[in-house]
Design a protein around this ligand. Structure first.
Ligand code: SAM
Length: 279
């Protein structure tokens, strides 16, 4: 095989999604740099591929990338694979790609599944413009801050999320983006319990709260783009209620509480309060 680093996408669930080209590359290269050699070993065994593996993961020392680069410079070919999907997408590898490029060597992508794109293709949300956000911060405060920065993004947003955080994240999205904002939850793509549901954030929250199965397995969350012209007027009665609440608690807390009940974004309520106070 031509000396190069081959970035090989592997299935995210259904093993039938491995491409013929991926199999040819995995059997033809001199060695496979794998995120988890045990997991990739299972894939290779199933396909009868006996290529040697070396570990390459997020904690690998920089020397490992240098060693792989010198092997390619010596005429060998190396494949990079992650546990599932496309390497370098919320997975290790981009530093290795840079080392190979900077050494003047070739990098060849072998296209295949990527959970973000698979989810987007079937979510029913606008796909002409989208932004991949990967994993949000684990902690609630940092997560809400990041969501606030994204609230006006005029593109479909794609997130990866761990199953045990899915409800908390959806609730934060509801509070920051508004209960009516449309989202989609894509779970266990290409596996037996594949589920894809598009609904308002409040409906998605209720659904996940009521059915524990919806917070199991691997999940991609998507959010529709911010509306071009958001209605920024607050109903007068709601405004008075908010002002009254803010007399008994901090403005941020009052805005958050009322957001959960009214469906109006907490940021919008908070801005209303600041404006009323002339701040
Ligand atoms: N590089 C991978 C890719 O191309 O999709 C992503 C790796 S990232 C560490 C793993 C995350 O991808 C999971 O936590 C989940 O959010 C998402 N994911 C992976 N496989 C999935 C599947 N079959 N269904 C839904 N989400 C999946």
């Amino acid at each position: 095989m031509e000396p190069a680093l081959y970035i090989v996408a592997t299935p995210i669930g259904n093993l039938g999604d491995i491409s013929r080209r991926a199999l040819e590359v995995l059997s033809g290269v001199s060695c496979i740099a794998a995120e988890d050699t045990r997991r990739t070993g299972q894939l290779l065994n199933g396909e009868g591929i006996k290529t040697r593996m070396v570990a390459y993961h997020e904690h690998s020392a920089p020397q490992v990338a240098e060693q792989l680069a010198s092997r390619i410079a010596d005429g060998e070919s190396v494949a990079l694979v992650s546990d599932a999907g496309t390497p370098t997408i919320s997975d290790p590898g981009y530093r290795l790609v840079r080392v190979i490029q900077d050494a003047g060597l070739r990098v060849v992508p072998i296209a295949g599944p990527c959970a973000a794109i698979v989810a987007l293709s079937a979510a029913g949300l606008p796909s002409d413009r989208f932004a991949f956000e990967g994993f949000l911060p684990n902690r609630g405060e940092a997560r809400r801050r990041r969501l606030e920065q994204l609230v006006a993004t005029d593109a479909t947003l794609i997130f990866y999320e761990a199953p045990h955080r899915i409800l908390a994240t959806l609730e934060d999205m509801q509070s920051v983006m508004g209960a009516d904002r449309e989202g989609a939850l894509a779970r266990e793509l290409s596996k037996s319990f594949e589920t894809i549901r598009r609904a308002s954030l409040s409906q998605l929250c209720d659904w996940v709260r009521e059915d524990a199965n919806q917070s199991r397995g691997e999940i991609v969350l998507l959010l529709s783009p911010a509306r071009a012209e958001q209605d920024t007027t607050i109903d007068p009665a709601l405004g008075e209620l908010l002002v009254g609440m803010a007399e008994h608690m901090p403005a941020r807390q009052a805005s958050k509480l009322l957001a959960a009940y009214s469906g109006v974004r907490s940021r919008q309520l908070y801005d209303f309060l600041l404006e009323r106070r002339g701040e």
